[in-house]
Design a binder for this molecule. Structure first.
Ligand code: FES
Length: 277
């Protein structure tokens, strides 16, 4: 059989070994380091998830009372176990046992939002499931069902997680406003306030750059000329959408930096440099 003859028989229903595909035994003919991107993605995502898991179950060093800095991993803090002063939205639950995240109300939605994000889907399908690991590189799976069955059909919930993420971004914005009102002062800010502000601006940019947001703003219209405001909003969201991958990674970094900075200040490792008050 020559390399270009179709495969007469194969158990695979998809991929390069499926019936009808040309017989090429090599997994890929690419000679570049195609494995580098999925490997780096897998390492970075694993490291971030490990950090986030440790921090959310730590239940300590999440609130700097004098500066009113609340970590985004603990916001909103709504249990009786939350430090006094950090419960800006009230006390919804009693004391939590060890290892249960204080922000239990929002974390499932945030997780759902990121996990169902179109960009992250592409990234972790490639990095962890090798489906496929890179362009023109065969995947090891024997069949392909796409996102039409459980559990991947749940990826279609992304648009609803987007709404929840918008509400959570409002909560994060409120935290920044509170950081401009440190203990004993009506106004003031320090380096931590600036870090929190940058984080929340980028979180909004990431949320608004979402593909679902672009469709909600500009989809299901016959023409833009009759809807000039929606056209403007769609143009704005489209520009952000072109940067969605960069925003996805940048916000992971700013979330981590913001939480780590607040943890160090709250633990007394160093003092927050104050610019006003
Ligand atoms: S597509 Fe990434 S957040 Fe919606």
């Amino acid at each position: 059989m020559t390399a270009t003859q179709p495969r007469p028989d194969s158990k695979r229903t998809a991929g390069t070994a499926a019936p009808g595909r040309a017989t090429i035994d090599a997994r890929t003919l690419r000679t570049d380091r195609w494995w580098q991107a999925p490997l780096i993605t897998a390492l970075l995502l694993s490291a971030w998830v490990l950090y986030a898991f440790v921090r959310t179950v730590w239940q300590a060093a999440y609130f700097a009372a004098p500066e009113h800095y609340l970590s985004p991993f603990y916001s909103p803090c709504v249990t009786a176990s939350c430090t006094s002063g950090s419960r800006d939205f009230g006390t919804w639950f009693g004391h939590f046992p060890a290892l249960i995240p204080f922000a239990i109300v929002t974390l499932p939605f945030l997780l759902g939002f990121r996990l169902t994000c179109y960009y992250y889907r592409r990234s972790y399908y490639r990095a962890f499931w090798q489906s496929p690991p890179a362009c023109a590189v065969a995947e090891p799976h024997t069949n392909y069902t796409g996102e039409t069955r459980f559990p991947l059909v749940l990826q279609n919930l992304h648009r609803y997680f987007w709404v929840a993420a918008g509400v959570i971004s409002i909560v994060n914005t409120w935290d920044v406003v509170q950081a401009f009102r440190p203990e004993g002062h009506s106004f003031g800010f320090g380096l931590g306030t600036v870090i929190m502000l940058v984080n929340v601006v980028l979180l909004w940019a990431y949320t608004l750059s979402c593909h679902s947001c672009r469709h909600i703003v500009g989809g299901r219209m016959r023409n833009f000329s009759a809807h000039p405001l929606r056209y403007r909003a769609w143009t704005f969201v489209s520009k952000l959408n072109a940067k969605h991958m960069q925003l996805a990674w940048t916000t992971l970094a700013t979330l981590l930096i913001t939480d780590a900075y607040i943890a160090f200040v709250a633990a007394g490792t160093f003092s927050d440099p104050r610019f006003v008050n």
